[in-house]
Design a protein around this ligand. Structure first.
Ligand code: 1GP
Length: 240
């Protein structure tokens, strides 16, 4: 199977296997015109819950990726596997330790042509992801730029993920970071709850990720799809 092209994605819904979503809501999300569904969560995710969600999403044509933060959750059958690494953590395991441990056991099983690294910059210190990974979200603009350069230029990770999970971030900073990238795609996630916020995020990021809003205000979450897609193509968009 030809690997899924995530470099064209503008809008993504992120669904958490640990949260309940009804069939009707899932139908609307999968048929919304979003570019992809990403499955992932920061806590409480299990193999069985991930299998269950994947099998329900598979009734639709929408591409489906798994954010694989724990090798015990490596459910086969996704179109794509994102492997997150947290740049701004002092806890080595979240940057590289878990990855080395996992690859010793599972490296030979990974469908490498469908695997992409994600370099996370976590900028909301109150988020679950920050707490779980011990991320230090007090990052100056200069540091943020340096982190993006490490990911994009030094390590050449294909996805640079600016994560404000739960709160709407600083779009000026996001845009600045995006404009400095040479090959990575900037994923933005955090607090996109309205079409207006979605349009703002779409002007600053390559790809806008909508998570919590799905579980809070479904109609508003669905409206973010058109808001992102209708936002004029950015001057610095690029394809790698
Ligand atoms: C979470 O970046 C995503 O990992 C989306 O954030 O849940 O705040 O939309 P929200």
């Amino acid at each position: 199977m030809f690997p899924i092209r995530y470099d064209t994605w503008r809008h993504v819904f992120k669904l958490d296997p640990d949260r309940t979503i009804g069939d009707e809501a899932l139908d609307k999300l999968c048929a919304s015109g979003t570019d992809a569904i990403v499955v992932g969560g920061s806590s409480g995710v299990t193999f069985d819950k991930t299998v269950d969600l994947l099998s329900r999403i598979r009734r639709y044509e929408v591409p489906c990726a798994l954010e694989l933060s724990d090798p015990s959750l490596a459910v086969p059958g996704f179109d794509l596997y994102f492997i997150p690494m947290v740049l701004n953590t002092d806890r080595r395991e979240w940057l590289i330790g878990h990855h080395v441990a996992a690859l010793q056991h599972f490296g030979h099983l990974l469908p490498w042509e469908s695997v992409a690294g994600q370099a996370y910059l976590v900028l909301n210190g109150d988020s679950t992801v920050a707490r779980v990974t011990g991320a230090n979200a007090a990052v100056s603009e200069k540091e943020a730029v340096a982190y993006s350069q490490v990911a994009d230029r030094l390590w050449r990770v294909p996805v640079f993920y600016v994560e404000y999970s739960g709160t709407f971030g600083d779009m000026g900073l996001v845009r600045k970071l995006r404009d400095g990238l040479t090959q990575a795609r900037l994923f933005y996630g955090g607090g996109v709850r309205t079409p207006e916020q979605a349009a703002l995020a779409a002007r600053s990021a390559h790809t806008v990720v909508v998570g919590n809003a799905v579980y809070e205000r479904l109609d508003a979450a669905l409206a973010t799809v058109d808001a992102v897609h209708n936002t004029a193509a950015k001057e610095h968009d690029h394809v790698f």
